[in-house]
Design a protein around this ligand. Structure first.
Ligand code: B12
Ligand code: SF4
Length: 503
């Protein structure tokens, strides 16, 4: 839903895997199903007949689509090797293989670049060797654990393989490319799987290499993919200084935490001068209780201070609030009132336990659905206090207030120059977005999504427990992880601002 309106971004993970396959001497094509259709995909199968097909499964909600496409692939090209990788399928590998019923040969867990060459070699010369590739899970069992890439500096996404680069945008940053400056997150919020995927490691690209990559990107705008931007002030500053030295003129989007923003004010101020236009802050809750629950150890007053600071440096801020299915009408009303008092864009997501998150194991409430497609943090998968349809009415009413506030006439007039500039360049993504809200966010549609036939059901989580052993959550095990690339003071700062008791 989100990517139908507010943004659509280039699949950098897939481009990196494609680059690794190409480096190993293979001929590679990429098809991005965010912007191309299933018919386009099937046409590529029919005309090109690849020996191998790989799916990127970052999002749980996409699992049924991947499984169905794998089955279609198997029936057209029975000898083609089909595998999947990416964030969500790394946490659900065995289940994905079970749903595919033989149509997916293997799931590669973890970072996709390191094992690609060995996997493709095995497919070509000795299929029994597939099961020995690091990260591989087949129906016969599990191979060695996944391994990390040598260094982020060694990576370069195969950006040239995307056929519709002008389709990627976020708000007025249209068209927009994406880039990584770091990987992983040292915090450990209970609802998030970014840190569990990377075993709480944190690695950075050197500033020289990061800026080299920026100069190779044609788009005027960049979405910085880092989970928390500029954790380490000197790293963010060094990249910024190199951008300034080279006279690079682009606009940027980052995501970060309120406490990081306050700790590294100078870095963000500098980046605002360089072209930082939008910043996304995960505020998550507007009360201390909620913040504790999500293990965001940022006090609400700190978050508010962060918002005030961001306003002073002229960056547009979007914030996220997590709504709980247990909310009643009053709770939504309070949120609506709060939101209309602040100038920031507010995004509302619904509290959703995911495989790979701590809440998947600790949530005491029973899931009301096992339909993957509803696990997109825009649907309620836990019992609602209000009747389900009324919950969606409140959710959409709240989102609508915000939508009207930010995409209403005032905003459109305010954006007139930009709209004209974008249209003149043939960039229509942002303009189309302004009119699409009601056709996507609609309580009837969201309610109807629960009534669809379910072909693939997730397995239930194990019985809820109070404490979760961290090693069991990680895709990349902590034992094999590189040290976090942050200095001692930042490590202490992370420690003071998280609540987890672990490593
Ligand atoms: C950027 C981002 C987005 C972008 C998407 C950009 C895009 N086109 O891919 C935007 C902003 C659009 C987005 C939206 C959403 N996101 Co998001 N997003 C991220 C984020 C911050 C970084 C992902 C990224 O690009 N990383 C950099 C690249 C290099 O890494 P990567 O894609 O993971 O790829 C590596 C591996 O996964 C693997 N890999 C990937 N593909 C493949 C394929 C093969 C064959 C192989 C072998 C390996 C492989 O190898 C790659 C290189 O090492 C992650 C957090 C995270 N750190 O993972 C959340 C994250 C993936 N998002 C999440 C969520 C919940 C969402 C939304 C549902 C939120 C919403 N409702 O608004 C939507 C859904 C969008 C959709 N398409 O359905 C959750 C995923 C939860 C889940 N289990 O499904 C995450 C983990 C955040 C979190 N805190 O929990 N997101
Ligand atoms: S700060 Fe929390 S929510 Fe953000 S990426 Fe890290 S663990 Fe996830």
């Amino acid at each position: 839903m989100y990517s139908k309106i507010f943004l659509r971004l280039e699949p950098v993970g897939l481009e990196l895997v494609a680059a690794a396959a190409r480096r190993a001497g293979h001929s590679v094509r990429v098809i991005d199903l965010q912007v191309e259709s299933h018919a386009d995909y099937l046409r590529v199968l029919d005309t090109w007949a690849p020996d191998v097909v790989a799916f990127s499964g970052n999002y749980l909600a996409n699992v049924p689509e991947i499984v169905d496409l794998a089955k279609a692939t198997r029936s057209r090209l029975p000898r083609t090797f089909v595998f999947a990788g990416g964030h969500s399928v790394s946490f659900t590998a065995k289940e994905v293989l079970r749903h595919a019923d033989g149509a997916i040969d293997c799931v590669l867990r973890g970072e996709g670049e390191p094992p690609i060459e060995a996997l493709l070699d095995a497919v070509e010369h000795d299929r029994s060797a597939v099961a020995r590739v690091p990260g591989a899970v087949t129906r016969d069992g599990q191979g060695p654990p996944p391994v990390f890439v040598g260094h982020l500096d060694d990576l370069l996404p195969a950006r040239d393989l995307l056929r519709h680069r002008r389709k990627y945008f976020i708000g007025q940053l249209d068209p927009c490319a994406s880039i990584e400056f770091s990987r992983g997150c040292p915090w450990d919020c209970t609802f998030c799987s970014a840190w569990t995927f990377y075993g709480r490691s944190y690695r950075v690209k050197t500033p020289e290499r990061a800026v080299e990559e920026i100069t190779q990107v044609g788009e005027p705008n960049l979405f910085i993919l880092d989970d928390v931007a500029f954790i380490q002030a000197d790293h963010g500053m060094a990249i910024g200084e190199a951008i300034a030295r080279r006279g690079i003129d682009k606009r940027y989007y980052v995501e970060t935490r309120g406490d990081v923003l306050l700790r590294n004010k100078e870095v963000f101020k500098f980046w605002a001068q360089l072209g930082l236009k939008i910043m996304f802050l995960g505020i998550e809750a507007i009360d201390e209780d909620g913040l504790r629950k999500f293990r965001k150890r940022v006090s609400f007053s700190k978050n508010f201070e962060a918002l005030e600071f961001a306003r002073t440096i002229g960056v547009n801020v979007a914030i996220n609030i997590i709504a709980d299915p247990a909310w009643d009408r009053d709770r939504f009303r309070v949120l609506r009132e709060w939101c209309s008092e602040i100038p920031e864009v507010v995004n509302i997501s619904v509290n959703t336990p995911y495989p790979g998150t701590e809440t998947w194991f600790t949530e005491a409430r029973k899931l009301t659905t096992l339909d993957y497609r509803l696990f997109d943090i825009q649907h309620a998968v836990l019992p609602t206090t209000l009747p389900l349809h009324e919950f969606y009415e409140e959710l959409v009413a709240t989102q609508q207030v915000l939508n009207r506030k930010h995409l209403g006439m005032r905003q459109i007039w305010g954006a007139t120059t930009n709209v004209a500039r974008l249209l003149a360049k043939g960039q229509t993504n942002f303009v189309k977005m302004l009119f699409k809200f009601s056709s996507v966010y609609d309580p009837d549609l969201q309610y109807a999504d629960h009534q669809r036939r379910v072909d693939y059901e997730m397995s239930l989580p194990p019985p809820p427990r109070a404490v979760v052993e961290r090693g069991a959550l990680y895709v990349h095990q902590a034992a094999s992880r590189r040290p976090r690339e942050i200095d001692a003071a930042t490590e202490r700062f992370v420690d003071e601002t998280r609540i987890g008791a672990g490593d």
